[in-house]
Ligand binder design. Structure first.
Ligand code: GLC
Length: 755
């Protein structure tokens, strides 16, 4: 069947312009701003130009800032100030303190030859001093407005301390939960990834333009396909097809750029043999030419220097040359541009015109941020932030991020009186292991131990028994015995187990996505008491649950929820709020299924039914290749039923749309916030198609007994895929369509795409 390639006009009409190869909106400068930049560049020496293209960790850095990167040597504050004075530094990141930022800006604008202001950047990923749920947890809300609000709140706190630029949002699609950095993104799905990328960019930057003092310039990272690392091993080889890049890994970047992100961070990994930091196809052909990107491309940490370890550059000098010529405008941390660019220009290996173009990108960012007009526009705060400023929002986000996987016999919500509760787990008395990874300015001291909140929530505090039972990755001497004793004396057990916050994040790939064995042992021992168990899972990634953990009556996936973690968990346990989150990542049966993702291909031997022990089909000997808990899954305290999908006449005309609807009813006695999801499957096409693809979702509040009709409209452009010539296309034929509560639920209806 001949694929119908969309005309550009049709394509532009579609809602998919974010996938289009349209020039990304550049933030226009005024003629006087452009002239100022031209004048500056004309005056700059090549050394000063190399300085503007160099970013370093702030010399005045906290221990938390030190801990998130490989050890780096930055000179003393005085040495760094001298480098700024000499025009050798254009940007600093993750430095601590309002005062220190003011000092450095004074040096830059009043003591350096050209007075070019410093750009202060930071890893403000999911909060600044007020910490919100880790990004993958927040994606479980399926609520991009919430994500925009938390990013905005983080920007207001971060700019108060002088930061103008954040290295966020991370928009890497992650389909292998062994990879520790799935914690930072929006999970495995492209649509959700696109929506959260755009929302977070808009949140960080605000709607008053980058010159607004509380606007925090966003960076979409890590370009590209960092999440496709083989075996989920961080920094590992990536070898994916161009089609997979276009269909899966690029769209969230395009959505973030369309939302106005003016900077992109290159990824550490290679793609099919060419490291991203030296990949001119990625940075010039795709980003600059196809997408019309006119912003700034920065290295990730020492990613330019790492071209030597990749075996792609013979030495540092060549690494600098390759990274710069491939399109990395600014070098973060390695100092390679400061060290080698002047010589590379003098030798003629790097044209100075190219250096001027990169310098222009940097100076344009500083202009757009208003730093030339007022270098202190983000340094006017009277005093630094010394406590969380938005607990209420953090609490709301935490409530919305929790996913209830199961709730047998309606064990949850728990009564606040009349029952003895044993709260067991290594972190129940801790303030750590609540904020998650990528937290520099947030403080464990700002959180509250879960046991304290639970005790306060109970009518009779004496009804709460506590026992740690184990450490996070090591057994605890006598811990299990103590925990069993507490369980035996209680009516209900709340078992708080899972990963510690230092088990997920950068360089935290795990061979098995399981509850650490000592805690699994604790769970098995506690389960033997026969008491009903609520598992409160702490996790930075999708997990493969087993044994007593998987068999618990109720399971809440609580991720790392930030400053208000304990209060939110308590509210959900005792029914002050109803769980509403949905999995943004599939929970497989076992780690060995990784990488597992719901929108996988059918293969030529799909398992059509769950016939036990069926052979010669695409399944493992031990398990069917399905999810234990699929993408989109999440229960509420309501009892939600979905009616059949109504596709009307069942025909989607070439230039029309089709309305797809279903009735959703809450048969329970608690109000519920349901996330109704729209999935399609293209039954046959010139490129194999996933068994399901999310094409829409709606958040629906349902009172007890209430029914609502959920209506979606699909156009031909919503069904696009990347064809054999790597162009977006669509072909007439039969499509399955679901409106369902997860990627594995529901009964399909069919419609015909006519043209
Ligand atoms: C890290 C991360 C990147 C972060 C940067 C600065 O290695 O890969 O996401 O923004 O370095 O801390």
């Amino acid at each position: 069947m001949k694929p119908v390639t969309l005309s550009r006009r049709n394509f532009l009409q579609s809602g998919l312009m974010s996938l289009a190869l349209l020039p990304v909106p550049a933030i226009a400068l005024s003629p006087s701003q452009s002239r100022r930049i031209d004048d500056l560049i004309a005056k700059m020496t090549i050394e000063e130009k190399a300085g503007q293209l160099s970013m370093f960790p702030g010399a005045n850095r906290s221990a938390a800032a030190d801990a998130i990167n490989p050890a780096t040597v930055s000179g003393s504050k005085e040495q760094q100030a001298e480098q700024v004075r000499q025009g050798q530094i254009g940007s600093l990141f993750n430095g601590a303190g309002l005062e220190w930022h003011r000092e450095m800006q004074e040096v830059a604008v009043k003591q350096s030859r050209l007075g070019i202001p410093i750009l202060f950047a930071a890893d403000i990923i999911h909060g600044f001093r007020t910490i919100y749920p880790i990004p993958i947890a927040e994606a479980a809300s399926f609520d991009t407005d919430l994500a925009q609000r938390t990013a905005r709140a983080a920007a207001i706190e971060g700019t108060n301390e002088g930061f103008a630029w954040t290295f966020a949002p991370m928009v890497d699609i992650s389909r292998d939960a062994r990879w520790g950095r799935s914690t930072e993104g929006a999970g495995e799905d492209v649509l959700l990834g696109r929506h959260f990328a755009a929302a977070r960019v808009k949140g960080f930057q605000g709607d008053k333009g980058l010159t607004a003092p509380d606007s925090l310039m966003a960076t979409v990272k890590h370009f590209a396909a960092y999440g496709a690392a083989e075996a989920g091993l961080d920094y590992n080889t990536v070898d994916v097809s161009e089609r997979t890049l276009y269909e899966t890994y690029f769209p969230p970047f395009q959505a973030g750029l369309d939302a106005g992100a003016p900077t992109v961070m290159a990824a550490f990994n290679e793609i099919s043999g060419v490291p991203a930091h030296a990949n001119s196809w990625l940075m010039k052909d795709i980003l600059r030419k196809k997408w019309g990107f006119k912003g700034l491309i920065i290295s990730d940490y020492t990613g330019d220097l790492e071209l030597v370890d990749h075996g792609f550059a013979k030495d540092e000098r060549e690494a600098a040359k390759l990274a710069f010529l491939a399109g990395v405008d600014m070098s973060m941390t390695s100092g390679l541009y400061l060290k080698y660019l002047p010589d590379l220009v003098k030798s003629g290996e790097v044209p100075e015109e190219l250096v001027d173009i990169s310098v222009r990108y940097v100076l344009e960012m500083k202009e757009k941020l208003g730093l030339f007009e007022d270098p202190f526009n983000r340094l006017k705060a009277k005093k630094p932030i010394t406590a969380p400023t938005n607990r209420k929002l953090s609490h709301e986000a935490a409530l919305r991020s929790v996913v209830m996987l199961k709730n047998e016999n309606k064990l949850l919500p728990l009564p606040t009186s009349g029952k003895k509760i044993a709260l067991i787990g290594p972190t129940i008395d801790r303030q750590t292991d609540q904020n998650g990874s990528w937290v520099i300015w947030g403080r464990p001291a700002d959180t509250t131990p879960l046991q304290d909140v639970i005790r306060k929530s109970m009518k009779n505090p004496a009804d709460l028994l506590t026992a740690k039972g184990s450490d996070i990755e090591k057994p605890l001497e006598g811990g299990i015995a103590e925990a069993v004793k507490a369980a035996e004396a209680a009516d209900i057990v709340v078992l708080v187990i899972g990963e510690g916050e230092r088990m997920a994040g950068e360089s935290k790939s795990r061979t098995e996505i399981i509850v650490p064995p000592p805690q699994q042992e604790l769970a098995e021992a506690v389960a033997k008491t026969g008491k009903p168990i609520v598992v409160v899972l702490k996790n930075g990634r999708a997990m493969a649950l087993s044994g007593a953990v998987a068999d618990a009556s109720s399971i809440l996936v609580t991720w790392f929820l930030g400053t208000e973690s304990s209060a939110a968990i308590s509210d959900l346990l005792f029914g002050k709020a109803s769980p509403s989150g949905r999995l943004p990542c599939s929970f497989p049966h076992v780690s060995g299924q990784s990488p597992y993702y719901y929108d996988h291909k059918p293969t030529g031997r799909p398992v059509r039914d769950a016939t036990p022990d069926i052979e010669y089909r695409a399944r493992f000997r031990e398990v069917l290749n399905t999810a234990a808990y699929p993408f989109g899954h999440g229960l509420t305290y309501g009892e939600i039923e979905y009616g059949d999908v109504d596709v009307g006449g069942g025909q989607l005309p070439a230039n029309g749309n089709i309305t797809v609807k279903a009735t959703v009813t809450n048969k329970g006695s608690h109000e519920a916030l349901e996330v109704a999801q729209l999935y399609i499957h293209d039954r046959y096409a010139s490129i194999t198609r996933p068994v399901r693809q999310l094409k829409g979702y709606q958040l629906v509040t349902l009172k007890p007994g209430e029914s609502k009709t959920v209506t979606f409209s699909l156009k031909r452009e919503d069904l696009l895929f990347v064809g054999q010539k790597n162009e977006w296309t669509v072909e007439p034929g039969t499509f399955d369509v679901w409106i369902s509560p997860s990627a594995q639920a529901g009964k399909a209806a069919q419609f015909e795409l006519l043209g």
